[in-house]
Design a protein around this ligand. Structure first.
Ligand code: PHE
Length: 454
């Protein structure tokens, strides 16, 4: 076949490009529609503190491990595990399934976000605030598919442009805009009468709500939020130059991810506190983003503009994440089958359409079809994020801790300077993270069967 991959591997031009692209992957819908809900539910400040501690320990260790595996091998996940130890190449394959499962449904949701941005920009904000606007929209068989195609199309264009001219460039524009908007809306919300009480509710620790579930919920959120265990950080690491510091990049990604999640709480919690207190701590996901928030925007001064800017922010967050998902699959195809970028992209788009269709139609004409009692979208989400991700992360820890040994990772990190938190990394990856991951896996399975509620 003439579809040969280029010999020279693409790379980010430098540290900023890498950090912004990786942070773009990390900052996504999870930061905006789930983090504030968890914080409100699990005792505000106490959840924030738990999350930050986990981020700089557990999240840090996994992030370092994945980036280093990628950079050390110069390959995406399938090839990387194989290169390090043939018997463990199954981890790479298992990890490769995850973005294939997530990208289609993530793009369906990305399509909904695009639709809302369009609605806010085209004078439809009043209707969008209507209680059945969202359910009518997702029930429609064709309209959500159109927006899904738009979102997927934008993602594909960026990936087609390549690592430097596509992903890096777009991240360098979208991420600063995203920060700017987050801070802007958070400040704006603070000026609404009553917001201060909402802010106190958000940041004051409520120890009565602290339990082992706080830790488990924070862990599960953290590791999805940091885009770990699906090969993304391995792929992005493989595009990283050897002189860029892995350790300080990991810290910067953590700060980005936690910072935007915190700001999302500042935007959302006081507003919900004032306008829909009954929803506080008991609504996350699509219901929060597409029903409650539009109705809140409608009641707040300047709400149409806030709504438009908010959905632009969500769109950027979702796009940088979907780009990383698509790039990860494309990169695996390029490495494994030696296909070129265009052809790999085309195959990914076709797979994505095939799996995205049921996720979209599952809210309308196919709503009666259930897998494990869930619609297609929730089912794909559960399998990837609730089951496969903790399993892959657990295998990764065992692989790094006991097969290739932490030393192999430490050497890679030390190529660009001293590894300051080497001991922490060592203990985390060998002992603490595996225990945490077993808890995450258990809790998500128990949650899926309605035994506990996260
Ligand atoms: N980290 C993203 C978020 O917080 C989620 C994500 C999942 C991103 C999968 C990419 C891939 O929403």
């Amino acid at each position: 076949m003439e579809i040969n991959a280029k010999k020279q591997r693409s790379s980010f031009t430098g540290k900023i490009g890498f950090v912004l692209a990786a942070a773009g992957s990390a900052v996504g819908l999870g930061n905006i529609w789930r983090f504030p809900y968890l914080a409100a539910k699990y005792g505000g400040g106490i959840f924030l503190i738990t999350y930050i501690i986990l981020s700089v320990t557990f999240g840090f260790a996994l992030m370092i491990a994945e980036i280093s595996i990628g950079r050390k091998t110069g390959l995406s996940s399938v090839g990387a595990y194989k290169k390090l130890n043939k018997r463990f190449s199954f981890i790479g394959y298992l990890g490769a399934i995850i973005p294939v499962l997530i990208l289609p449904y993530y793009s369906v949701i990305g399509g909904w976000v695009t639709k809302y941005l369009f609605a806010y920009c085209s004078g439809d904000a009043v209707n969008a605030a209507n209680s059945n606007y969202f359910s009518n929209f997702i029930k429609n068989p064709s309209e959500p598919l159109l927006w899904f195609a738009v979102f997927l199309g934008i993602t594909a264009i960026v990936v087609l442009l390549g690592v430097e001219k596509g992903i890096e460039k777009v991240s360098k524009i979208m991420m600063p805009v995203l920060i700017f908007i987050s801070i802007g809306i958070a400040i704006y919300t603070m000026f609404i009468p009553g917001a201060l009480d909402g802010l106190l509710y958000y940041i004051t620790p409520d120890f009565s709500k602290f339990s082992i579930m706080t830790v488990v919920a924070a862990m599960g959120q953290l590791f999805y939020s940091m885009s770990l265990a699906m090969g993304i950080m391995i792929t992005y690491g493989s595009y990283m130059k050897k002189d860029v510091s892995i350790e300080s990049s990991a810290h910067q990604i953590e700060i980005f991810d936690t910072g935007i999640a915190f700001l999302a709480g500042l935007m959302i919690i006081p507003a919900v506190f004032i306008f829909s207190p009954d929803k506080l701590g008991n609504q996350a996901g699509a219901g929060l983003m597409f029903e409650t928030l539009p109705s809140i925007f409608q009641r707040m001064p300047g709400g149409t503009i806030v709504g438009a800017v908010f959905f632009l922010l969500v769109l950027f967050a979702a796009l940088t994440s979907s780009i990383s998902l698509m790039e990860t699959i494309v990169s695996i195809f390029q490495d494994k089958f030696k296909w070129n970028r265009k052809f790999s992209c085309l195959i990914v788009i076709l797979v994505c359409i095939a799996l995205g269709l049921p996720s979209s139609l599952g809210h309308g004409p196919w709503a009666s079809i259930k897998l494990l009692g869930k619609n297609f979208l929730d089912f794909f989400d559960f399998v990837s994020n609730g089951v496969l991700m903790p399993i892959v992360a657990l295998f990764t820890c065992i692989f790094v801790g006991f097969i290739i040994k932490p030393k192999a990772i430490e050497e890679e990190v030390e190529l660009s300077g001293k590894f300051k938190l080497k001991r922490l990394f060592n203990i985390m990856i060998k002992y603490v993270a595996p225990i945490c991951l077993v808890l995450v896996l258990l809790s998500s399975v128990l949650d899926a069967f309605g035994i506990v509620k996260i």
